[in-house]
Ligand binder design. Structure first.
Ligand code: HEM
Length: 201
């Protein structure tokens, strides 16, 4: 079964993953233009894009545990998953700036300082920017594999911060954001548990 999955994955070209990742975004745009986003389309769009960003970040974190625990290798697609997450974060923020805040810069500056969930969201974005900028093969060669890998560990605090942002956004105490945060922390714990074993070689 695992072999069949890996064989199918090997046949899947990387660009197809970018295309597949864009499908939910394109679907949201189609819904936006056909009045399918309900009574508050801007909020709905903003939230769905944020959720997609977090889901792709989590998928990226799941690549290594999935290979170690289930033998399924998505390694070839990790960059596509990370960049798709980053693309959705940028769209999420663009909707906030352009449609929600309507480029009211003084209000935007106030929110950045006064609303902790916005400040935390920005911190997550700031952590992701260097990863996106160094996602090319050229950057990897220039930095050297070890330094590149060290820097790309920023994806862990970035995803935790994104998960915290989700918990802080919601006013009541629904289960969903906590499930996301728990999934992120569990994936992180799996990663940390491996470190001593790696160090032992
Ligand atoms: C890694 C970065 C980020 C991730 C993963 C993320 C994810 C999310 C998620 C999952 C939601 C809630 C969706 C829902 O309610 O179903 C959300 C809501 C929101 N996020 Fe983000 N976000 C990020 C960065 C940012 C940034 C940088 C800003 C703005 C500066 C921002 C502004 C908002 C706003 C305004 C909402 C909606 C709040 C409301 O419902 O009133 N986010 N985000």
């Amino acid at each position: 079964m695992v072999q069949a999955i890996n064989a199918a994955l090997r046949r899947l070209p990387v660009p197809a993953v970018y295309l597949l990742a864009a499908v939910p975004g394109a679907w949201l745009v189609a819904l936006a233009f056909t009045g399918g986003l309900g009574v508050d389309p801007v909020k709905r769009l903003e939230r769905e894009l944020g959720l997609l960003a977090l889901q792709f970040l989590i998928l990226g974190l799941a690549v290594t545990p999935l290979r170690r625990l289930a033998g399924i290798s998505l390694l070839r697609f990790r960059r596509a998953l990370g960049l798709s997450a980053f693309g959705y974060v940028l769209l999420h923020v663009a909707v906030w700036l352009a449609l929600d805040m309507q480029f009211l810069w003084s209000q935007i500056a106030t929110d950045l300082v006064r609303r902790p969930y916005i400040t935390i969201g920005m911190a997550a974005l700031a952590l992701l920017v260097p990863l996106a900028l160094t996602s090319t093969d050229r950057a990897l060669r220039r930095m050297g594999a070890a330094a590149w890998a060290r820097m790309h560990r920023l994806v862990y605090p970035a995803t935790v911060t994104g998960g915290l942002h989700f918990v802080m956004v919601v006013k009541a105490w629904p289960l969903e954001p906590f499930l996301y945060l728990a999934a992120i922390l569990a994936l992180l714990a799996l990663r940390l548990r491996r470190r001593p074993a790696l160090a032992r070689g």
